[in-house]
Design a protein around this ligand. Sequence first.
Ligand SMILES: Nc1nc2c(ncn2[C@@H]2O[C@H](COP(=O)(O)OP(=O)(O)OP(=O)(O)O)[C@@H](O)[C@H]2O)c(=O)[nH]1
Ligand SMILES: [Mg+2]
Length: 392
Amino acid sequence: MPANLPPDARKKWAEVEETKNPRERLLRMEEFLSLVPKHKGTAKTCAQVKKQMSALRKDLDEKKKKKKAGKSGPKVFMVKEGAAQLVLISLTKAGKSSLLAAVTRAKVEISASPYATREPVPGIMSFQDLQFQIIEAPALMEGAADGKAWGLQTLGIARNADGIIVVIDLAQDPIRQLSAIFDEMTKARISTSKPKSRVEIERKYMGIGLRIIVLGRLVDCTFPEVETLLKGYNVTDAFVKIYGEATLNDVEEAIFETMVYKPTIIVANKIDIAGAEGNLKLLRAYLGNRLPIIAVSAATGKGLDALGDVLFKTLQIMRVYTKEPNEREYSKKPFILKKGSTIYDLAKSIHSDFKANFNFARVWSKRLRFSPQKVGATFSLEDGDVVEIHLK
Ligand SMILES: Nc1nc2c(ncn2[C@@H]2O[C@H](COP(=O)(O)OP(=O)(O)OP(=O)(O)O)[C@@H](O)[C@H]2O)c(=O)[nH]1
Ligand SMILES: [Mg+2]
């Protein structure tokens, strides 16, 4: 699944991929759906395409509204700063503002009345030699994903962030809060569980051609088969990255899929309150080890020390330090890379020219038997490595 689509449906999807104009894209998608036979094997594809269509419609509606109102809408994009952008998500009064005030210098309004924060507020939290940007988003509520209050804005910020901090109020039923929050996130196509494989398709429309990078493993297919499949859907101008154990099906699903995965932690707040321990137990029992949980009190500061470390681990990032070939000291400010990154990824993130002119690198690392060691572009880096890049 969605294998066995008839050829005319495949051809139609190729047209969809070619169409940039949202209105025309919607039309092509409708035509595509009409060409897909309706049975169990195609239900998921249809549902995914319908979701994409409703997102497109919503975008179009909003643009229309904005035009009418003559002003730009609410901020759904927050400029990123630091090693990663995390967004605080909760129902109202769980203590997002209190938490932000406790770990950053942001000016916030802490209030006993609900829905006090109505605009996203950013702050910077230091952890060892790096910084996390933490954003308080206006509270979620039931119906947020359907556009209630500032729901779409908050979910939009969450979709764009590098990770999510779900804040649970231990003075209230934790399961009810979790379900309400996860329901809205699922509706907004945000997932908190790490998929077995991940296929990222970044459409370019710039004539770069089709570039496929397999960072994991193809389980039941070959590289040329993946290429043929993508080209069959007219995905011909894109960066495609395949992580984990991926099947040909996973690749095909990714063409239609719009779900994003966000690393997520749970911060259980107000542990200082009587009865909080009981609710914490309920929460732990309910979640098992699906997501990391830390119990804190934003009011007393208890438990907050653990936050940086849990975020760092959950985000699956690492720090790499660079050194100029003729200098003794390495840079104090690390480059932040995804775990599993290589010298090639580092070179790319330093400067686009570096990649083309790369000759070799020298790496200092605790895990190597001797340092420095001369390595090539595919060498896998780890947290704390120091790298000296030599160009041609
Ligand atoms: N006892 C206790 N009260 C807290 C704690 N954190 C927050 N509160 C109280 O909970 C209420 C709501 O706190 P806020 O930080 O404003 O919550 P919020 O999630 O930002 O709320 P909205 O922005 O309105 O959605 C306030 O009365 C806070 O004083 C805590 O750790 N312990
Ligand atoms: Mg607030």
